[in-house]
Design a protein around this ligand. Structure first.
Ligand code: FAD
Ligand code: DLZ
Ligand code: SF4
Length: 516
């Protein structure tokens, strides 16, 4: 029989390890739309459209290049509903001598894959995913020798390994990191050139109909679907970023402006995660922009660090810490996620805008996910499990390998500080400094407690107070308790009571939003 090559929905590249060196007339590519993947959490509708449409376009691209593709659609009456079920059916159809597959990105699926060898009579080969720069063994080796796993040190290894922005064995410009230049608040009226928007073609329109029909009650809007769904479109999106936005990417990386959903961010995560764009190639293009004098070092270094630093690091961290990471809850946070995370109905203008963008675009940019949406969950003590589900559902770029480390370790400190040296806690002042949200808000960031006070202010001290025992020992945050102690009891009680009143007012989301 032939070789059967299953390609999962986030493995859409012709350079995939399982295709390399194969004879086209001896290979059957298997692609499967399965209900299990669309519903293990109730993904944002745009995410399902994105994955299915990109899969259908990629299947066409492979066929045009001469490959035989066996494509199972979601509405195929015999669809088994899962990868394992569909691979079983394909083995019956094709009697392959070998099933060659690239390891899944998520623990859930990799676990299933590892059972294929026992379940099926065909030989099974599971290959390493060559799209990542750092092999897992390499990450594990790096991690073994330390107690804390700081991204910054990992990143330097990746710079040396790839040679990106290196000047011999020294970092270009003399520093590894130029983030101190990358914290500009938004000036009045800050806005960015519009990025290319990709109108749905016939294939995408077909998938939109399917998703409206089958998953119409999932979170999120379908109206504004504009994601790149092919490699060509993704390249066009990358071209526009390198031509028009990378220059300001660094300085305004942490800025937020109401109604400006992309600012100078690349908006390339969905394409990178699907396989439409190669992360290393993008970094090389960024470096070229710097060498050609088209973009400053702080922007280019920042972009490269997000990819060969953060992206590679969270993936290594995920596999290093799974499956425990899913259950980690070092701060014992137990509160339910508020319903407004799903409805967007809140008087807090910053949260309302971030949730609106999330609903309309299946996207929010990094600092919105971190400083507003994540910070709130940290301070309010929302249960990690519920926060994880929310982030996995709502973003078009969300896969557990990248979502979980960011949520559990980066925003919630649920790993107890293996990733972050301190919890990322911020008060209303900080959000006010980095955004224009507060001028349109019912609350005031300058008011500390009581009626009209920005809820982030009392929540901040409530958080610090309830975790004093753990955080006081932390050298980066411990000093804050001197400020707290100086306030005096009356002020302290005001903070704590204001926070309690606010927390009591939160309406819990209830079941059914994230999982059936
Ligand atoms: P840019 O700002 O242009 O950054 C360039 C690229 O760097 C991104 O495309 C992405 O590939 C990479 N990158 C940047 N930051 C990170 C990071 N922290 N972790 C991994 N890669 C990073 N990103 C996802 O791809 N999927 C997720 O499910 C996801 N969940 C997140 C959850 C939380 C709580 C936080 C704080 C961050 C999360 N991120 C996630 C990271 C980041 O927010 C997005 O990658 C980014 O907003 C995507 O938009 P962009 O392409 O415009 O990014
Ligand atoms: C996210 C997703 C969805 C919604 N649907 C499918 C699908 O029907 N078929 C498929 O091959 N992949 C899908 N994906 C992406 C997978 O969830 C992803 O490949 C796994 O999480 C493995 O990491
Ligand atoms: Fe957000 Fe507080 Fe500013 Fe309102 S006042 S936008 S709640 S930070």
């Amino acid at each position: 029989g032939p070789v059967l090559v299953p390609i999962l929905g986030d493995q859409l590249t012709r350079t995939l390890a399982s295709l390399r060196g194969r004879a086209k007339d001896d290979t059957i590519v298997l692609m499967m739309e399965v209900s299990d993947e669309a519903t293990y959490v109730r993904h944002h509708k745009q995410k399902i459209v994105l994955v299915f449409s990109a899969m259908r376009h990629f299947a066409e691209e492979l066929r045009d290049a001469g490959w035989t593709v066996d494509y199972v659609k979601l509405d195929d009456p015999d669809n088994a509903g899962s990868f394992t079920g569909e691979v079983a059916r394909a083995i019956e159809r094709h009697a392959p001598r070998l099933v060659s597959v690239v390891e899944a990105g998520e623990w859930r699926i990799r676990h299933d894959m590892e059972e294929w060898a026992d379940k099926f009579a065909s030989e099974i080969e599971i290959l390493r995913d060559g799209r990542f720069i750092c092999a897992q063994a390499e990450f594990d080796e790096w991690a073994e020798s330390r107690d804390t796993l700081r991204m910054e040190y990992f990143y330097r290894e990746m710079r040396r390994k790839t040679g990106l922005l290196m000047d011999g064995d020294r970092p270009e410009g003399g520093e590894w990191n130029y983030d101190s230049e990358n914290r500009k608040p938004p000036k009045d009226g800050l806005s960015a050139p519009e990025r290319p928007k990709f109108e749905p073609d016939e294939t995408t329109r077909g998938v939109i109909e399917l998703v409206a029909d089958r998953f119409g009650d999932h979170f999120g809007s379908l109206e504004s679907f504009q994601w790149p769904v092919t490699r060509d479109e993704a390249e066009e999106a990358a071209d526009a970023f390198f031509a028009e936005r990378i220059e300001c990417f660094g300085p305004y990386q942490d800025a937020m402006v109401a109604g400006e959903d992309d600012l100078f961010h690349s908006m390339l995560s969905t394409s990178i995660n699907l396989g439409l764009l190669d992360p290393l190639e993008l970094c090389q293009r960024a470096e070229n922009a710097y060498r050609d004098g088209k973009a400053p070092l702080n922007s280019v270094e920042g972009f490269i660090r997000q990819i060969i630093g953060w992206r590679e690091y969270v993936r290594g961290f995920y596999w290093h810490q799974m499956p425990q990471l899913q259950k980690a809850n070092a701060l014992n946070a137990q509160r339910s996620l508020p319903e407004f995370y799903w409805t967007g109905e809140t008087d807090m203008a910053c949260l309302a805008d971030c949730i609106r963008s999330t609903r309309d675009n299946a996207h929010a940019h990094h600092i919105q996910r971190l400083m507003v949406l994540g910070n709130f969950c940290l301070l309010a003590g929302i249960s990690p499990r519920e926060v994880q589900d929310w982030y996995l559902v709502v973003y078009a770029d969300a896969y557990e390998w990248v979502e979980l480390p960011n949520v559990a370790a980066m925003i919630l400190y649920a790993d107890g500080g293996t990733m972050a040296s301190k919890p990322y806690a911020a008060s209303g002042n900080h959000i006010n400094k980095m955004s224009n949200y507060c001028s349109g808000c019912k609350y005031s960031p300058h008011k500390k407690t009581g009626e009209g006070a920005c809820p982030f202010n009392p929540l901040y001290w409530h958080f610090m107070h309830r975790h004093r025992e753990r955080l006081e020992k932390n050298h980066r945050i411990g000093r804050i308790y001197a400020t707290w102690d100086r306030m005096g009891e009356r002020k302290q009680v005001e903070y704590l009571e204001s926070a309690e009143v606010f927390l009591e007012s939160l309406q819990p989301a209830g079941e059914g939003w994230a999982r059936s």
